[in-house]
Write a protein that binds this ligand. Structure first.
Ligand SMILES: Cc1cc2nc3c(=O)[nH]c(=O)nc-3n(C[C@H](O)[C@H](O)[C@H](O)COP(=O)(O)O)c2cc1C
Length: 382
């Protein structure tokens, strides 16, 4: 497909999707300051390239969580993807496998834990929210273990759902509520509407056993947010650590002290994230939160970052500031919503090509050569 940037994939997704679905994916909490600032933070970092360094061969392979990855990228967990493209989870998971990078399946995905493992074998991570029905989440974690998932991500930044006003305005809820406004919206996007009719409305299949009253959310797009357990605390994380034999990461960390606590409790990684600006409005941009977290735990654990990554150069900057890898949420989602698996592959192609080019232009021949020495830090030589 013809798209040269993630911004173009976003436009293509916007054209194809009903307003409500596009805004569910694209939007953030309240005035969307954090959503914007995640991207803007990358723009504030300037590069200081080395020249004449023979960059004819550039290697993007690297270790993420101690295992080889084709790129310093992983797919962030995103729920309800099937509303954007039927089978969208599988499309993105297969694209990730093709690039040899880890794929994270959201607990509120529209494809089952087992189906992803069967049909998109690769490096698979499972993301869990804690519901008020705690045992339900532990049951899903057990299913992920049985299906061979390598790592578990516990998302910590959704004690309650963020206030996503675009969803209120467009009547977007999961499960769908058919209102005159969104019926009109669907009817004016016939390609999308027909594909949904053909495949049937997607379901949050992994949540099928959750009590119906907890599932029938109203005016709430973050489908599990209402049944999320606001009492989740470090004790629960400790129980998860005791039960999960694989690698464990906490997602939604923005403070060095929380990162240190997660690592002390036995987590192999932390994901610096503000949920793509969808939760706490005015939360710090993830790139700004990264350096103190790297200083606190970077030598003991993997520090990953997500939020606002729209260019391969953004990944380069996060790596230069000490992240082991970045995760993509919307970037790959826009691709999948525009053109299914072809679009997801295109998104990763674009990010990979931009990363390689940035490395070459900066004189970095391997991921290990990306570091703070390639960042402009003012006139102070330190
Ligand atoms: C449509 C959508 C659904 C999401 N669903 C989940 C989810 O189910 N679990 C989770 O931990 N994070 C979820 N996130 C947050 C992402 O994992 C990630 O933190 C965020 O998208 C990163 O920002 P970016 O979109 O700017 O890359 C979701 C994000 C989007 C855009």
């Amino acid at each position: 497909m013809r798209a040269f940037s993630i911004a173009q994939l976003r436009q293509a997704a916007q054209r194809r999707l009903p307003r409500s679905v596009f805004n569910f994916i694209d939007g953030g909490a309240e005035d969307e300051r954090t959503l914007r600032d995640n991207c803007a933070a990358f723009g504030r970092v300037r590069l200081l390239p080395k020249v004449l360094n023979d960059v004819s061969n550039v290697q993007t392979k690297t270790l993420i969580l101690g295992k080889e990855s084709g790129l310093p990228l992983a797919i962030a967990p995103t729920g309800a993807v099937g509303f954007g493209w039927p089978g969208g989870d599988l499309a993105i998971a297969r694209a990730a496998a093709r690039f040899g990078i880890p794929y994270s399946l959201s607990m509120s995905a529209t494809t089952s834990i087992e189906r992803i493992a069967e049909e998109a074998p690769g490096r698979l991570w499972f993301q869990a929210y804690f519901l008020k029905q705690r045992d339900y989440t532990f049951g899903l974690i057990e299913r992920a273990r049985a299906a061979g998932y390598e790592a578990l991500i516990v998302t910590a930044d959704v004690p309650v759902g963020g206030k996503r006003e675009r969803d209120y305005r467009t009547d977007f809820t999961v499960p769908f509520r058919y209102t005159p406004k969104n019926l009109l919206d669907f009817a004016s996007h016939p390609a999308w509407a027909l594909s949904q009719l053909r495949h049937g409305m997607p379901k949050l299949v992994n949540l099928a056993g959750v009590a119906p009253e907890a599932r029938s959310t109203s005016a709430l797009a973050s489908s599990v947010a209402r049944s999320n357990d606001p009492s989740l605390d470090w004790e629960v994380l400790k129980r998860v650590r005791d039960r999960w034999p694989g690698k464990l990461m906490v997602k939604g960390i923005l403070r060095a002290d929380d990162a240190a606590r997660a690592v002390a409790l036995g987590c192999e990684g932390v994901i610096v994230s503000n949920h793509g600006g969808r939760q706490l409005e005015s939360a710090v941009a993830t790139l700004d939160a990264l350096p103190p977290i790297v200083r606190a735990v970077g030598s003991k654990a993997a520090v990953l970052l997500d939020g606002g990554v729209r260019r391969g150069g953004d990944a380069f900057k996060a790596l230069a500031l000490g992240a082991q890898a970045v995760m993509t949420g919307r970037a790959t989602l826009y691709g999948a919503c525009a053109a299914g698996s072809e679009g997801a592959v295109r998104a990763l192609d674009i990010l990979s090509d931009e990363l390689v080019r940035t490395m070459q232009l900066c004189g970095a021949r391997s991921i290990g050569e990306i570091g703070p020495q390639l960042l402009f830090q003012g006139e102070d030589p330190k």
